[in-house]
Write a new protein. Structure first.
Length: 395
């Protein structure tokens, strides 16, 4: 069997909205449809009927995104009804998983042109109510928030696995001796790099604002924050002696991202020069409470599959779920130059709409490689319940 090359022709995303912010009134299926519509519209030579499938990551799926949000997005975007769609869930890695699955379908010859992306509206994530064990219960019933983290946890799960995400970040800080000061400095740098990237217009060709929403830039970037301001925040998960705060962790967010993937035949039909080529990917597992270190082995495996090393990388988008988690990963990659990591800011500043983040990272790496003209880039995320996911791109 011949393995086909897979190219990223284009990538777009919405500005990332904050929880309860400018995008909170927009349904997730509408957010997804918007980026699909904009993406396809930027390839006017491509007949939309040629799209073989739409893959979309979605971490929640408990609310307005419950009916296969990929298919909903395709229909709402005005694609022909003949274009199918499938929703993908690997929690925080869902958007990147969608890109990887789409690339795999093209590489194996099952598809030629695919849209892949991700979406999440954490603002609109519903509360859910379990069915009672018996009919007509007399007592009160518990509503569970589906915004983030564990809920309705299986009692057979060991207690050490089901700690909160923030406590997991604290465990990584303990493991690597990562101080509060280092975490706050990392968070400040994320805001500074993101603000500078926007000021330089580096996101102008990538971000497509949602019509009617007064949001032209990522909503959580704080241009005027400082170490002093970050230092005044109280620990969020360990009141006594904790290091993880709202300031050095990613926020709750709303947003969507989409990429156009093609083989050589599809590339000719678009009439476009690709941004980048997909080289390799890898997924790994780790103890659930140490989920934040999930990317460590996934990145090493992906680089090995690509025949590349850390020295070959020109840019690296690492999802900043928490500063402690990101710094923990960096501590385990001593060969990596930290100066190439998240050069345009990371999720602490930009935001982390769960199902969309992986697609945002992949798209950002592709645009950065295109701007540079050549190079090797990598996108990676940690994933709740203990997984890591990585993708290598080249130009």
């Amino acid at each position: 069997m011949t393995i086909r090359d897979v190219f990223i022709v284009d990538a777009v995303r919405t500005p990332i909205g904050k929880f309860g912010g400018a995008l909170s009134s927009v349904r997730p299926d509408d957010l997804a449809a918007h980026v699909v519509r904009e993406l396809v519209g930027r390839a006017p030579d491509l007949d939309p009927a040629r799209i073989d499938d739409v893959y979309f990551g979605d971490a929640n799926g408990a609310g307005e995104d419950n009916r296969d949000v990929a298919r909903m997005a395709a229909l709402l975007a005005g694609l022909p009804a003949s274009v199918p769609g499938v929703a993908v869930n690997r929690l925080c890695g869902s958007g990147l998983e969608a890109v990887i699955q789409a690339a795999r379908a093209i590489a194996l010859g099952d598809a030629s042109v695919v849209v892949a992306g991700g979406v999440e509206s954490m603002s609109r994530a519903p509360w859910v109510l379990q069915k009672p064990e018996r009919a007509f219960p007399a007592g009160h019933q518990q509503l569970h928030s589906t915004t983030l983290g564990w809920r309705m946890t299986n009692p057979r799960m060991p207690a050490e696995w089901t700690v909160s995400l923030g406590e997991g970040a604290e465990l990584i800080a303990d493991k690597h001796g990562i101080t509060r000061a280092r975490q706050d400095a990392f968070a400040l740098a994320s805001h500074e790099k993101a603000a500078a990237a926007w000021a330089k217009g580096l996101y102008d060709g990538e971000v497509v604002p949602y019509p009617g929403a007064e949001l032209a830039r990522d909503e959580c970037i704080r241009d005027t924050t400082s170490l002093e301001a970050l230092g005044r925040l109280k620990p969020s998960f360990r009141p006594d002696g904790g290091t993880v705060t709202a300031g050095n962790a990613s926020p709750l967010n709303d947003g969507a991202a989409a990429l156009l993937l093609v083989d050589e035949d599809g590339l000719r039909e678009t009439g476009r020069e690709p941004l980048a080529r997909i080289r390799a990917s890898a997924v790994t597992g780790i103890e659930p409470q140490l989920f934040g270190l999930g990317p460590v082995e996934a990145v090493r495996r992906a680089l090995g599959k690509a025949g590349r090393s850390f020295a070959d990388l020109t840019t690296f988008e690492l999802n900043e779920a928490f500063a402690a988690q990101s710094l923990g990963c960096l501590a385990e990659w001593p060969e990596l130059d930290p100066g190439i990591v998240n050069p345009r800011g990371g999720a602490i500043a930009i935001g982390h709409p769960l199902g969309a983040s992986g697609a945002r990272l992949a798209g950002s790496v592709a645009h950065q490689l295109a701007a540079a003209g050549s190079g090797t880039g990598l996108a990676a995320l940690c994933i709740g319940v203990g997984q890591g996911l990585a993708l290598v791109l080249e130009r």
